[in-house]
Design a protein around this ligand. Structure first.
Ligand code: ME8
Length: 722
């Protein structure tokens, strides 16, 4: 007991200096992912990408936190098995990470068998070291934050989220947190980089100075958790379970040699990236657990601020969330990534708004960087047959060319140190100072005027200017690649440099662009966003979106499942047409149609089925169409047309806007409260400027009015038709 860690963190780091291990928090599965979660994951991805480019053996971990009484209750309330419930939301988190261009090395789930084994191993280690004892806890508990609220009266609000706490009175296992007060304080003093930024470090230190009480680390009144070893009546406290993911993911507790080697290689983590509301768990509990188990501590716990939307923290409980998918579908993943890192001063709270997002995209990406790329590359195509020209070292060289080269050198150094100090906004600002300088240099040196001349001096001057611009473009592109990986990779290709993933950022310096490099196909990378971009994002958010493909996949029965029941026939034709459909066409034709390529791609079946006979579709084709029961909440006429109604339809998990060509058959007020059938997985499309997110089913005789499909028996909203 009371033993010091067997190895100091620094000793371990010396052994594994060429590695870099970074983690995000693992996200609760009681809500779907939003831009707040994507923020942390994108920041970590940018750091991990940069470290890989620096040649470090990098391990980037993210995942989901799936246990706890609130998850159990939510699943029960939804009539679902907790495991199926968490499978679905974990799949959504994974899909969102991929959608925003995140390249993680492992996605851990706390319901993974290896994780469970590792948590039990840690519990045993703490117990064997004498830091666990059995006691009785009576007090308040916040099930939302999984926080014990000591010394509070019955029903007191949670100090973190304000929701009422619940009184619990149970026999629990306790962890001797009180034994770590001095050790923690000493560690914070000796390792100023352990908690960042400084404000959080000060908060933590004053919290610990205020005294630490022993911590209850098990619960016995619910089942959805990891059983305590040798005492399955108790499940392990969800924060001990969750925090352990950082070691179980890389092999802690595994009997296999390969896992043990991986753990020895990557632990301790270089960075645990978190939001500021979970500092106490990470900076007090976690290091105490690690010290007790004799394990080294992570190098840095970096707590960032909150992303605010409409003035308050973007969060599921406030209901003011924006989904990352919305931004990606309208502007692309890099627009979101760039905005988040450039707009928010890292560590502080920052506001998210669609207007600011579009403005940043247009000014920094489309105008500044996009323009630099397209004008430089297009002129090299035009004046030098697409080959990087020779820059004169003497005759046609001016002070302006040297100034750009010099500035680029400074930017490489400064951007790198700002980035490594978590000052992403300033790092990008620094890179953009080079972009602005080169754009100005191009304007002032008028290469297009030189391009009209044939004399040798003009050609040589033109070559020097375009080489300088292209080399600066290369430097910028390499530096921004970790933040905007997709578009920078395309510009790198256009520069004729191949796969940017292979480029070593630590070797970046001016003058590496080789004369004669053949450019790739030159095409615009950042098409300007027009005014409708904001409206489209707002509409997508208001309506909610179809279930993400990954979730739809997760819900599908396995290929070997028993055959599906025979499908009902669609009540009306399925070939959709636009808003201007002629009267007399089949009703559904005037209702909604799939959108062009911008919408989400339908899930593709994984197994090839035998081709159906001529004129028939296969069951797999039919299964691609998802139909659900919806209830009309709002119905109103669309201005400027006699045919269309705008409906807001409750689908159970979301409310969707649907624009339907049924105004001649139904008065809007007769529809409110009515249950109808909606095809839910059609890509959205716009009718009269309104986005229609789904199609309702109706039948109509030739030339007759549409009659909505409905049910004689009662049926719950959201029920699936099959
Ligand atoms: O706390 N602004 O999970 P969680 C910035 N499972 N970041 C935000 C944010 C916002 N508006 N909203 C969420 C948990 N985040 C625990 C963690 S770790 C061992 C267990 C990000 O789903 C931010 O990183 O509540 C925050 O700390 C995290 O999501 C909280 O996710």
């Amino acid at each position: 007991m009371n033993r010091r860690p067997k190895l100091a963190a620094d000793d371990w780091r010396l052994m594994t200096e060429d590695k870099f291990y970074i983690t995000t928090p693992i996200y609760y599965v009681n809500a779907r992912p939003h831009v707040g979660h994507a923020y942390t994951t994108i920041v970590c991805d940018s750091i991990a990408r940069r470290q890989r480019m620096l040649g470090k053996d990098t391990f980037f971990l993210t995942g989901t936190d799936e246990h706890g009484v609130n998850v159990e209750r939510a699943a029960v309330a939804a009539g679902q098995d907790p495991q199926l419930w968490v499978d679905e939301i974990a799949a959504a988190f994974r899909a969102t990470a991929e959608k925003v261009g995140v390249r993680y090395d492992k996605f851990i789930r706390t319901t993974d068998a290896e994780h469970k084994r590792g948590v039990q191993a840690l519990f045993r280690a703490l117990r064997d070291e004498g830091y666990i004892y059995k006691g009785h806890y009576t007090g308040q508990y916040c099930i939302s934050d999984n926080l014990y609220v000591d010394a509070a009266g019955s029903g007191a609000p949670c100090p973190e989220c304000g929701r009422p706490t619940e009184t619990i009175s149970e026999e629990n296992y306790f962890f001797k947190l009180s034994a770590f007060e001095d050790k923690l304080l000493r560690y914070y003093q000796e390792h100023p980089e352990f908690i960042r930024p400084e404000t959080r470090r000060n908060e933590v230190m004053s919290f610990v100075r205020g005294g630490l009480r022993d911590l209850s680390i098990s619960r016995s009144t619910f089942k959805w958790g990891i059983p305590a070893p040798d005492d399955p009546g108790h499940v392990i406290y969800v924060w001990l379970d969750a925090l352990s993911n950082y070691i179980t993911a890389i092999g802690y507790g595994s009997p296999h040699k390969k896992d043990q080697e991986r753990f020895a290689r990557y632990w301790p983590a270089d960075v645990h990236m978190i939001g500021k509301e979970i500092v106490r768990f990470h900076c007090v509990y976690w290091p105490a657990f690690l010290m007790a188990a004799g394990l080294p501590l992570p190098r840095t716990i970096m707590a960032h601020g909150w992303l605010l939307f409409e003035e308050s923290k973007m969060s599921k409980t406030r209901g003011n969330i924006v989904r990352a998918e919305t931004v990606v579908d309208v502007l692309g993943a890099d627009a979101l990534r760039y905005f988040l890192l450039r707009e928010v001063a890292f560590g502080q709270d920052g506001s998210f708004s669609f207007d600011a997002l579009v403005q940043r995209f247009n000014s920094d990406l489309a105008n500044d960087y996009g323009n630099l790329a397209s004008r430089t590359l297009t002129m090299i195509q035009r004046y030098f047959r697409g080959e990087v020209p020779y820059a004169s070292a003497t005759a046609s060289r001016t002070a302006a060319d040297n100034a750009i080269a010099e500035l680029a050198g400074q930017v490489i150094a400064e951007c790198s140190s700002l980035f490594d100090d978590y000052q992403f906004s300033r790092a990008l600002e620094c890179v953009w100072s080079l972009v602005a300088a080169v754009n100005k240099y191009i304007v002032e040196n008028e290469p297009w005027a030189l391009g009209e001349k044939e004399d040798e001096q003009s050609r040589s001057r033109l070559a020097t200017i375009l080489y300088t611009a292209a080399e600066a473009l290369r430097v910028v592109t390499a530096l921004v690649h970790p933040v905007i990986p997709e578009s920078s990779a395309r510009i790198w290709q256009q520069l004729g440099l191949g796969d940017i993933g292979k480029f070593r950022l630590d070797r970046l310096k001016w003058g590496q662009l080789e004369v004669g490099t053949k450019l790739g196909k030159v095409e615009p990378v950042f098409p300007r966003a027009d005014k409708s971009a904001v409206e489209r994002m707002q509409a997508l958010e208001q309506q909610g979106r179809p279930v993400p493909a990954a979730v739809a996949e997760a819900k599908k029965p396995p290929a070997t499942a028993t055959p599906r029941p025979k499908p009902v026939q669609l009540a009306a034709g399925q070939e959709p047409a636009g808003a201007g459909a002629r009267a007399g066409q089949r009703a559904t034709e005037a209702i909604a149609a799939p959108a062009p390529a911008s919408g989400p791609a339908p899930a593709t079946p994984t197994k090839a089925a035998p081709a159906p006979p001529e004129g028939k579709i296969s069951i797999d084709d039919f299964a691609k169409i998802e139909m659900r029961v919806g209830q009309v909440k709002v119905a109103e006429r669309v201005k400027g047309t006699d045919k269309l109604l705008r409906l807001e339809v409750d689908m159970g998990s979301e409310v969707r806007q649907i624009v339907a060509g049924i105004a001649e058959a139904y008065a809007p007020e007769t529809l409110v409260g009515r249950k109808i059938v909606i095809v839910t997985n059609l890509a959205p499309r716009k009718l009269r400027g309104l986005e229609s997110n789904g199609m309702l089913l109706a039948a109509s005789a030739e030339g007759g009015k549409p009659v909505l499909a409905g049910f004689l028996e009662d049926v719950p909203v959201g029920a699936k038709l099959k």
